[in-house]
Unconditional design. Structure first.
Length: 152
């Protein structure tokens, strides 16, 4: 059984959660323990992100982990993406628990939608079959006002 809400996330978002937790704890053993995964699974997830991004995110020594320039640059974006994903899951869960159905519109910056959300539509459709979920590519200036203006 999944104890933490982030454990329901699609693989790409789980990998982002693993990276964010590693960046916070700065230690592979502590991170793997906190996430209840093996160190090889953590290393594999990190390699997957590094492959997609085309560079190293961390430097690892026996004692600690430090972020590379790329890791430091991507960290705030990963944190923001995870925050938005968690808020979306929470909002949809509240709608379902209240017996509602309807449409949820999610605006994503194209680079984010292609990089970290390839499995999100299917995951959300399976988790919330009564909701219609629409994804819209949007630039950062329009995403939030557009979502607020389209409430049904």
């Amino acid at each position: 059984m999944m104890n933490e809400p982030w454990q329901r996330l699609p693989r790409s978002l789980l990998n982002a959660q693993y990276f964010v937790t590693l960046a916070q704890l700065r230690h592979f053993t502590d991170t793997a323990s906190r996430l209840a995964i093996s160190q090889p699974a953590l290393s594999s997830a990190l390699r997957q992100i590094e492959t997609v991004l085309g560079g190293k995110l961390v430097n690892r020594t026996a004692a600690t982990v430090t972020l590379t320039e790329l890791g430091a640059a991507i960290l705030p974006h990963a944190q923001r993406i995870l925050s938005v994903a968690q808020a979306a899951f929470s909002d949809m869960q509240q709608i379902v628990e209240a017996g509602g159905d309807g449409t949820v519109r999610i605006g994503l910056v194209p680079s984010v939608s292609s990089l970290l959300f390839p499995l999100l539509p299917q995951t959300l459709a399976e988790a919330f079959p009564r909701l219609r979920i629409e994804f819209h590519d949007s630039d950062q200036r329009c995403a939030y006002p557009g979502a607020a203006a389209r409430r049904d």
